[in-house]
Design a protein around this ligand. Structure first.
Ligand SMILES: Cc1cc2nc3c(=O)[nH]c(=O)nc-3n(C[C@H](O)[C@H](O)[C@H](O)COP(=O)(O)OP(=O)(O)OC[C@H]3O[C@@H](n4cnc5c(N)ncnc54)[C@H](O)[C@@H]3O)c2cc1C
Length: 325
C-alpha cells in the first residue's frame, strides 16, 4: 500500500457555480503544500465542468481531479460520498480539507466515519505541525471564549471543514494539471436524485461585500429600517445567529464563527451584544460602527465608533439625513 501523501481540497460546486470558500482553502493548501513539500489536489465533482475547472485550477493546487457525470451535476450526498471514498482509497491523501458549508459538512462527517478518522469542524485556521506533520486546526469553543487547538491524532486522511472567509482566495499564474477520473457507475447511481424544480434566490456572498449592515437581536427581528438604511448606503445585510435561528433570513447571512467572516471596509452593527462567536466574524472589517443601548456591551470593545443609543432612533435619523433631511 502506498503512503498517505498530499493535501486534498474538496472543490464544491453546484450546477456549475463554484463555492468560493473552496478557493480560499485551495489558496491556503497551496501555501502549506509549498512549505511542507506536499502535493496539493483539488477534487471537483459535477457535470460539464470545463469552465469552472479552469477557474479552480488557478488557486494553488498542483493537480485537479475531475469527475464529470450528469448525475453529479447537483449535490447528492450519497453519490458524492461514494465517489470521494473511491478516490480517497485510490490516491490515499494525508490531509483533506472541505469548506464548512451545508453540503460539504454533510459529506465530511460521512467520510470521517467511513475512514474512521478525525474531523475538526468549522475551523478558523489550518496548519501542519513542523515536527510530526499532523494537521493542526483552531476551533472556537465555549461560546467563543476559548479557541482550542485541535490536533489530529489518528486515522487518515486527517480532515477539517474550514469556515468560509477564513482565508483569502488568491488566483496565481500557476495552473493545476487536470486529471479526469472515471468511477464505477454503480457508485454514482446508488441513489439517484431527480431535480423537479429549482428556485433561484438572489444570494449575496457576504464575505465579499464592501459594506455590511448587521442586525442583532436588539432589533427584535424587525429588519425594515435596517433594510432601508442598507439600501441607501448600498450595503448588504447580515445578522447575528439568533436572527438566523428565527429563520428571518437564510443562514448564509449569519455573521460569525458558524456563519460568514466579513472583510467589509465599513460595517454597521445594530443591537448585537458582541459575543465572541459573533465578533470573530467582524475581525477583518475596516471601520466598524456599533449601536447599542447598553454602554457596557462587549461589542464596544470591537468597534471604531461606539454609539450608545436606541438603534431605531439612530436608523431613523440616518435615513432622514440620507434622504436629504
Ligand atoms: C457553537 C456556537 C456558535 C455560534 N456561532 C455564532 C455565529 O456564528 N454568529 C453569531 O452571531 N452568534 C453565534 N453564536 C451565538 C453567540 O454566542 C451569541 O449568543 C449571539 O451572537 C448573540 O446575538 P445578539 O448579539 O444578536 O443577541 P444578544 O446577545 O441578545 O444581544 C442583543 C443586544 O442588543 C442590545 N439592544 C437591545 N435593544 C436595543 C435597541 N433598541 N437599540 C440598541 N441596542 C439594543 C442589547 O443591549 C444587547 O447587547 C454561537 C454560539 C455557539 C455556542
Amino acid at each position: 500500500m502506498s503512503e498517505w501523501r498530499g493535501i486534498w481540497v474538496f472543490v464544491e460546486q453546484d450546477d456549475g457555480e463554484l463555492e468560493r470558500a473552496s478557493l480560499e482553502i485551495l489558496t491556503r493548501a497551496g501555501e502549506l503544500g509549498g512549505k511542507f513539500n506536499e502535493e496539493v489536489y483539488g477534487v471537483l465533482l459535477g457535470h460539464e465542468l470545463s469552465g469552472i475547472a479552469e477557474e479552480a485550477s488557478r488557486y494553488g493546487a498542483d493537480k485537479l481531479i475531475i469527475v464529470d457525470h450528469p448525475e453529479l451535476r447537483h449535490f447528492n450526498s450519497d453519490a458524492y460520498t461514494e465517489v470521494l471514498s473511491y478516490l480517497i482509497n485510490k490516491y490515499r491523501p494525508r490531509y483533506m480539507l472541505l469548506p464548512a458549508t451545508r453540503n460539504s459538512r454533510d459529506i465530511a462527517g460521512r467520510l470521517a466515519v467511513r475512514f474512521r478518522t478525525c474531523l475538526s469542524a468549522h475551523v478558523i485556521s489550518v496548519d501542519i505541525d513542523e515536527k510530526d506533520r499532523r494537521l493542526v486546526t483552531a476551533v472556537p469553543g465555549f461560546g467563543g471564549n476559548i479557541v482550542a487547538t485541535v490536533v489530529c491524532t489518528g486515522g487518515k486522511p486527517e480532515m477539517a471543514t474550514v469556515s468560509p472567509g477564513t482565508y483569502e482566495a488568491r488566483a496565481g499564474s500557476k495552473r493545476a494539471v487536470l486529471i479526469s477520473e472515471t468511477v464505477p457507475e454503480e457508485l454514482i447511481k446508488k441513489r439517484r436524485i431527480e431535480l423537479v424544480g429549482k428556485e433561484r434566490t438572489q444570494m449575496i456572498d457576504l464575505s465579499r461585500a464592501e459594506r455590511v449592515v448587521v442586525a442583532g437581536l436588539g432589533t427584535g427581528g424587525d429588519l425594515e429600517l435596517i433594510n432601508e438604511f442598507a439600501k441607501l448606503i448600498n450595503a448588504s445585510v447580515g445578522v447575528t445567529r439568533p436572527l438566523a435561528d428565527m429563520g428571518l433570513v437564510p443562514r448564509d447571512y449569519q455573521v460569525g464563527t458558524t456563519g460568514v467572516s466579513l472583510r467589509a471596509k465599513l460595517a454597521f452593527v445594530f443591537g448585537a451584544s458582541g459575543a465572541p462567536h459573533f465578533v470573530y466574524g467582524i475581525r477583518d472589517c475596516g471601520t466598524v460602527v456599533a449601536v447599542n443601548t447598553d454602554r457596557e456591551a462587549p461589542i464596544f470593545e470591537h468597534c471604531d465608533y461606539c454609539i450608545v443609543a436606541d438603534l431605531f432612533e439612530i436608523l431613523r435619523a440616518l435615513i432622514k439625513e440620507l434622504r436629504g433631511g
